[in-house]
Design a protein. Structure first.
Length: 144
């Protein structure tokens, strides 16, 4: 993966390569200021490449191995078939149940964040179009 690079050094290098100057205490007339804002939600300081409870070593001291649970092939294939069917029909609730069935530590979130699925859960209203005998079906407005 190569040597670590500090983000601030990368930012400084990119600013210089683009022909701009850095605005800081030493150069208050610079064109671009680097601002440190801290971690935002979802950001992390380092990347974990190995997750799991049962970690064992290998011949190399810096290489570890995770002994994880796994599904037998026939069970995995059956779950994948059911998952594909749920995806094709946009059945988000079924997708969540299948993930919980197949992934040991998966926790079903409280709500579904898929905007299309949420829209499809709204009651449907038939709206006459400009053409005779043609109706457009759309979700009812809330409160209608």
């Amino acid at each position: 993966m190569g040597e670590s690079v500090r983000i601030v050094d990368l930012a400084r290098r990119m600013i210089r390569l683009l022909g701009y100057t850095i605005r800081d205490a030493e150069n208050p007339d610079g064109e671009i200021e680097i601002e440190f804002v801290g971690l935002r939600p979802g950001e992390k300081l380092y990347e974990e490449l190995l997750l799991g409870d049962q970690v064992t070593g290998t011949r190399h001291p810096k290489i570890l191995r995770a002994d994880e649970e796994w599904l037998p092939e026939d069970r995995l294939n059956e779950l994948l078939f059911r998952l594909r069917r749920a995806c094709v029909t946009d059945d988000c609730k079924a997708i969540q149940r299948l993930l919980a069935e197949g992934v040991k530590d998966y926790v079903i979130p409280g709500n579904i964040g898929d905007a299309l699925w949420a829209q499809r859960q709204l009651p449907i209203a038939a709206i006459p179009s400009d053409s005779d005998n043609v109706y457009v079906f759309a979700p009812k407005e809330s409160g209608a």
